[in-house]
Every structure is written in structure tokens, then in C-alpha cells.
Design a protein around this ligand. Structure first.
Ligand code: GLU
Length: 497
């Protein structure tokens, strides 16, 4: 079997969208599954819309996802260059070959000529396709016109009848009626190739074995097949992956929220979660398993298990998967993502890396997104500046609250070891002594130490915060309770007046 060489060929005209990322992922999985190579090619022949910034963003997005490539614009390779704008001489060579063989011809029809032709055809009630007016110009005449400086495009001489067959590994055999295709343009009047031409020349000269790409390119494929045939080249295998639809089954767009990899990263999704989710958008293992590490997908991946029907995007599921990965991730890796936030960067100036890592380890089971994680970590690094309102009502409004907190204060200041076990034992003893439940001591303590009603185990929190900070925070809570008691009493008094 031919060596597997697949490619991801984005146009650098915008961000890396999740559809593009999924195409890249499927190519990567296919390459890794088959011991092949993944080639990254930048299709930047649209020089109006292509930007360096977009190219950079796409490469960065792929790297963040962990999709690596074997040849590409940044790392070179034996089939370069890997940017279409640097391959113009290669396209020129094959354009000339097609012209020489009479398989392509110069067309001098101006946009206005074509518009008139189209208007006439539509008026006569037919579908429009280019009439082939310049087909019959003699080669010499055409060349002279080109030399005289008349603008000309180059068109492929396409068959007027019969069918062009595309054997697609996902969609099966798809037939296209040649009579619906015209002599399409393969080079523009500025000499640059069109997409359909450049893609064929590149896929062939880069020895691509499988073209795995988005379904939207299926309709381009018969034109590409005609170019392969005109050049007498063997076809690669084609596989067109179905669309990703929004939950309402419309085309996924900005109005459905984040659509680019960078946006998902900024919202706090992890690359492993996004990859896992994207793999499930179209590929199925044939089991119910939803959580997948890519290293386990690689040996199973095959195009036979890629669905023909559209995949419907489901943000809740992605978020659920993300929570799973956060709860199992290495704290160092989570911290790397958290450190994108300036708030977290500021923590680093007062706290050690080890402390940050210990906090992340303690709270990572409590977050679905990176910002949740940052929020859940905040009281370890920032003072408690307020108390959860529901918690205040439930725990700080109790008559005996100050007494309970005071007891907590005593336990935390007296306990010599200040370990999980010693603190827990001492607090339980204290509760028994006071004839209250341990929870009666724990709830106000949690609110005092964290400002919240939800946190990891309070003894773990206390140990990490350290005795000094704990005592400070309990005293601060006692003062707050006292001050609010006075205010409440004053309010009641004024209401009575
Ligand atoms: N450059 C095309 C795109 O970004 C991909 C073309 C292809 O894969 O053949 O949609």
C-alpha cells in the first residue's frame, strides 16, 4: 500500500474554527494510525484576505491542541515550499503543460462580456455556464493577444457530456453530471492559480495519498478530478467529512457563541477536552464510551467509522467533558492555562509555585472551566472581602454564631500539629464538649475562612491556608458579625420608632 500522506490545508483568512480543527484532527489521527505523515499547507492564494496573523493563529491553535505535523511552512520538508504563494513557479509549469497539450486555453472574455452572456442565458430561461467562446481561438492568435497585453484567464477544457465519478471513502460513489460543469478557470488574469488548480498540483506534487477535508469541498472535487485526468495523474483517495451543525441544525456561526479554537481556549476549555469532543463529532468507536484520550483513539481510528450525516454541536457536552479533564489533569498543566489570567499572574508575586500547585490539586475537582478554577482558588490568595449572602443568613445569623466561631478559633489556635487529622479530631472533641454537632462548628468556620458555603474539606483548606491566616480570618468574621449585629439592632430600633 502507498505510504499514507495526508494534509491539512487551511486558508489563512481567519481564525482556526472548530470545523477546521476537526478536519486537522481527523487527518492527524489517520496519519498516526497508519504510520503516515501529516503535511500542513497554507493555502494563501487569496492575497486580499490572507494574513500572516491568521497563519500564525492557526499554527498556534494546532500546537495548543497538540496536533503536530511532519512537514509544513514552519519546519520545511522534502516537498516544500508549504505556502501556496511560494509555489507560483510550480503552478506555472503545469499551466503551461496544459496549454501546450491543448487541455487548457486562454480566455479573453471580460467580466462585462460574461455578465452579458449570463444575463442572456438567464433571460432565455436556462442555467448559466460559460459558453466556451474562447475555446476555438487559434493557439497562435491567443498567444499574440497575451503578448499584446490583453488580460486573460486560463480555462480547462472540460467535457460537455458524461459523468465524473468521485469515489469517496465516507460518502461512497458520487456522480457529477459533466454537462453542468463549464470550462472553469484554473488561473486568474494576474497569473495566480485558482483554488481548484493549486490544490491538485499541490496534492499531487506533495504525494498526498488521502484528501480528508470538509464536505463543503465535495462539490469542487469533480473539477479537481478533471484536472488530474487532464494531467494524466493518479487520483488520491477522497474523504469528505460532514458538516458540524448548530443545535438548531442551522449552519454553525458566530451567533451560536464561540466557534474558534482560540475562543474556546480563552473561555477555559482544555485542549484534551476539545480534542475528545471534536473526535466524537463525526467519529464513533462503536461503543458508548465518551471520554477518550487521543492515544487510545489512534489505534482505533478509521474512516469507515466516520459518519455521513451532519454532527450536531452540543456545548453542554463539551463542558461536561472539560470538567472531567480538569478534575484529572496534572496541576502543573492546569496552572499553565490559569496563568493566562493576569489575576493568577499577580498571585505568583506573593506565593510560591508549590503553594499554587497544592491549591490547584485541592480544588480541581470543583470546576468545569478554567475561570471556575480561578474563582475557586481565589480565597487562597486574596483576602476574604465578603460573605455569601445565603451563608450569612444560615450560619452567621444564628444567635450562638459568635460562640461557635470562637470555639473554632480556640481549636485552630491550640492545635499544635495543625494537620488534617489533628484538626478534625480536635474540632470533633470540641463539638462534643459543647454538645453541638461538628457541622455546627464547621459551617460558620467555612464561611469565615473562605467567604463561601462551598469549598473542599474545611480541614484541608485550613491546613493550606496556615494557622495565621485562619486565625486572622476568624477574627475578621467575628468583627463583621458584631458590626452587623449592631447595624441590625439599630435598624430594628428605627423601624420601631
Ligand atoms: N483551503 C481550503 C479551506 O481552507 C481547504 C482545501 C482542501 O482541503 O482541499 O477550506
Amino acid at each position: 500500500m502507498k505510504q499514507v500522506r495526508v494534509r491539512f490545508a487551511p486558508s489563512p483568512t481567519g481564525a482556526l474554527h472548530i470545523g477546521g480543527a476537526r478536519t486537522a484532527l481527523f487527518n492527524w489521527l489517520y496519519a498516526r494510525r497508519n504510520g503516515g505523515s501529516l503535511i500542513l499547507r497554507l493555502e494563501d492564494t487569496d492575497n486580499q484576505r490572507s494574513t500572516q496573523e491568521s497563519a500564525h493563529g492557526i499554527l498556534e491553535g494546532l500546537r495548543w491542541l497538540g496536533i503536530d505535523w511532519d512537514e509544513g511552512p514552519d519546519r520545511g520538508g522534502p516537498f516544500g515550499p508549504y505556502r501556496q504563494s511560494q509555489r507560483l513557479d510550480i503552478y506555472q509549469l503545469y499551466l503551461q503543460a496544459l496549454l501546450d497539450a491543448g487541455a487548457a486555453y486562454y480566455c479573453f472574455c471580460s467580466p462585462q462580456d460574461l455578465a452579458e452572456e449570463k444575463a442572456r442565458a438567464l433571460k432565455a430561461g436556462g442555467d448559466y455556464k460559460y459558453s466556451g467562446r474562447c475555446r476555438c481561438l487559434g493557439k497562435e492568435v491567443a498567444l499574440q493577444r497575451v503578448r499584446d497585453g490583453y488580460p486573460a484567464v486560463i480555462r480547462l477544457r472540460a467535457p460537455a457530456s458524461g459523468v465524473t465519478l468521485v469515489n469517496d471513502l465516507i460518502r461512497g460513489a458520487v456522480e457529477f453530471d459533466n454537462s453542468l460543469m463549464d470550462d472553469f478557470i484554473i488561473a486568474k488574469s494576474d497569473g495566480w492559480p485558482t483554488y481548484n488548480f493549486a490544490v491538485v498540483i499541490d496534492d499531487h506534487t506533495m504525494d498526498i495519498s488521502h484528501v480528508i477535508r470538509a464536505e463543503e469541498h465535495l462539490s469542487n472535487t469533480p473539477r479537481q478530478v478533471l484536472i488530474y485526468q487532464a494531467l494524466n495523474w493518479e487520483l488520491p483517495q477522497f474523504a469528505h467529512v460532514s458538516m458540524i451543525l448548530a443545535p438548531d441544525r442551522s449552519k454553525l456561526s458566530k451567533r451560536h457563541g464561540a466557534t474558534s479554537v482560540q475562543e474556546f481556549r480563552d473561555l477555559g476549555y482544555l485542549p484534551q477536552a476539545l480534542l475528545n469532543y471534536l473526535a466524537l463529532l463525526g467519529w464513533s468507536s462503536g461503543t458508548d464510551q465518551e471520554l477518550w484520550d487521543m492515544k487510545d483513539v489512534i489505534p482505533l481510528f478509521s474512516l469507515d467509522q466516520v459518519s455521513r450525516s451532519a454532527a450536531v454541536y452540543d456545548l453542554d457536552k463539551l463542558t461536561w467533558i472539560n470538567g472531567h479533564y480538569i478534575s484529572r489533569a496534572e496541576p502543573g498543566m492546569l496552572l499553565e492555562e490559569m496563568l493566562r489570567s493576569e489575576r493568577v499572574q499577580a498571585w505568583l508575586s506573593d506565593f510560591t509555585m508549590d503553594y499554587l500547585l497544592a491549591v490547584v490539586e485541592l480544588i480541581k475537582g470543583r470546576a468545569k472551566l478554567i475561570p471556575d478554577l480561578i474563582d475557586a482558588a481565589a480565597y487562597f490568595f486574596e483576602p476574604v472581602s465578603g460573605y455569601d449572602a445565603k451563608g450569612v443568613k444560615k450560619h452567621f445569623a444564628r444567635e450562638d454564631c459568635a460562640e461557635l466561631l470562637q470555639a473554632g478559633l480556640e481549636v485552630l489556635s491550640a492545635d499544635q500539629d495543625f494537620t488534617l487529622q489533628s484538626l478534625e479530631a480536635a474540632l470533633r472533641d470540641k463539638a462534643a464538649l459543647m454538645n453541638v454537632k461538628a457541622a455546627d462548628l464547621i459551617h460558620p468556620l467555612r464561611l469565615a475562612l473562605t467567604g463561601r458555603t462551598n469549598s473542599p474539606g474545611i480541614f484541608e483548606v485550613a491546613v493550606l491556608l496556615g494557622r495565621e491566616k485562619c486565625l486572622e480570618r476568624i477574627k475578621q468574621a467575628l468583627e463583621w458579625i458584631e458590626a452587623n449585629r449592631i447595624i441590625n439592632a439599630a435598624n430594628t430600633y428605627s423601624q420601631l420608632q
